[in-house]
Design a protein around this ligand. Structure first.
Ligand code: COA
Length: 318
């Protein structure tokens, strides 16, 4: 499929909540959080909803790409914490950045940025689209149960974006979905239907942590091994790994299984971002891009997992 990454952007809201700040809200402490997850702080939005975070990341990506908003042919967004169900996040971003093209959203939870890449690559392959903006944005703090210490310490707010054009750099992808809501879900509000008689579940993140942990540590290496064998690429040829930033221990466990890829190739920003769900992969991608870590021709392996349950991996040439 066709894809070349022209540029990236990201935005983190300025307010930082440290583990000590969270210890004032729930019965936890910095030592527990940092040793179990690798998280020391996360950004939290105080007045910018997910669409504002998205538009700021999108503008940064356009600038980094040298592309004007009017040149975009399509905008694809992903979020689980947008301020509206309608209009879509893509419609709000379109207005905020001054684009005129169509756009729509998809829901892939923490794997969403890889689903966006796959969708964009398919559209670019048709030859009908020349410039596509993809954005993952989350205000996770609005959908967390701030009395549940097992989930509220894990997530952060932010947005990441990329501008894509046709090219030969999407070397392959591998995606798996194991459908079900038992392990990880965010219920919607039950509404006020006078006819509804069944119960209500709180509209906040629910997660069975240990089941998610087991799923992630098993599925990431499986996706990566399947992807690389499909592409005919050895683990030793991978230059960098951008893995969904959910837990440092999950990434380290995956790295131990993938023995051909040295541990230092697994890039991380979880210490200061936490898990930003759909925004996690593109925020890290942009941070590394701006630090000048990637060189032309580098093979970048991206992998993610999350609610669905889903696990995904793709291989991109920089
Ligand atoms: N602070 C202090 N103690 C906490 C705590 C917190 N924030 N959260 C849970 N605990 C307690 C539990 O109540 C439990 O106490 P108990 O033994 O008295 O019952 C104890 O710590 C151990 O809990 P447990 O859930 O077994 O911890 P864990 O080592 O499995 O780590 C997670 C919990 C959430 C960090 C881990 O399961 C995880 O990372 N799961 C995957 C999460 C993930 O990737 N989510 C995103 C998916 S996209």
């Amino acid at each position: 499929m066709s894809l070349h990454i022209l540029g990236t952007g990201s935005y983190l809201p300025p307010t930082v909540a440290t583990n000590d700040d969270l210890a004032k809200l729930v019965d936890t402490n910095d030592e527990w959080i940092s040793t179990r997850t690798g998280i020391r702080s996360r950004h939290v939005s105080t007045d910018e909803p997910a669409s504002v975070l998205a538009a700021k990341a999108a503008k940064a990506a356009l600038e980094n790409s040298g592309v004007r908003a009017e040149e975009l042919d399509l905008i694809l967004c992903a979020t689980v914490s947008g301020e509206f169900i309608v209009p879509s996040m893509a419609c709000l971003v379109q207005r905020e950045i001054g684009a005129t093209c169509p756009g729509f959203d998809l829901n892939g939870a923490c794997s969403a940025f890889l689903f966006l890449m796959e969708t964009a690559a398919a559209y670019l392959s048709t030859g009908r689209y020349q410039k596509i903006l993809i954005v993952g944005t989350e205000q996770m703090s609005r959908i967390l149960d701030w009395t549940d210490r097992s989930t509220c310490i894990l997530f952060g707010d932010g947005a990441g974006a990329a501008v894509l054009e046709p090219g030969e750099d999407y070397l392959g992808s591998h995606m798996t979905v194991k459908g079900g809501e038992e392990v990880l879900r965010v219920p919607t509000h039950k509404g006020i239907s006078p006819f509804w008689t069944a119960g209500e579940e709180h509209p906040y993140v629910y997660m069975n942590g240990s089941e998610t942990y087991k799923f992630a540590t098993r599925s990431i290496p499986q996706e990566v091994e399947a992807l690389l064998s499909q592409c005919g690429v050895e683990q030793s040829q991978v230059d960098w790994v951008i893995c969904h930033q959910a837990n440092r221990r999950i990434i380290e466990a995956a790295a131990r299984r993938l023995k051909g890829i040295p541990a230092e190739k697994f890039l991380m920003n979880i210490d200061h971002c936490g898990n930003c769900s759909a925004a996690s992969v593109p925020i890290l991608l942009d941070e590394c891009n701006r630090k000048g870590i990637f060189h032309r021709g580098d093979l970048i392996l991206m992998c993610a997992f999350g609610g669905g349950l889903s696990s995904t991996a793709c291989l991109v040439r920089w």
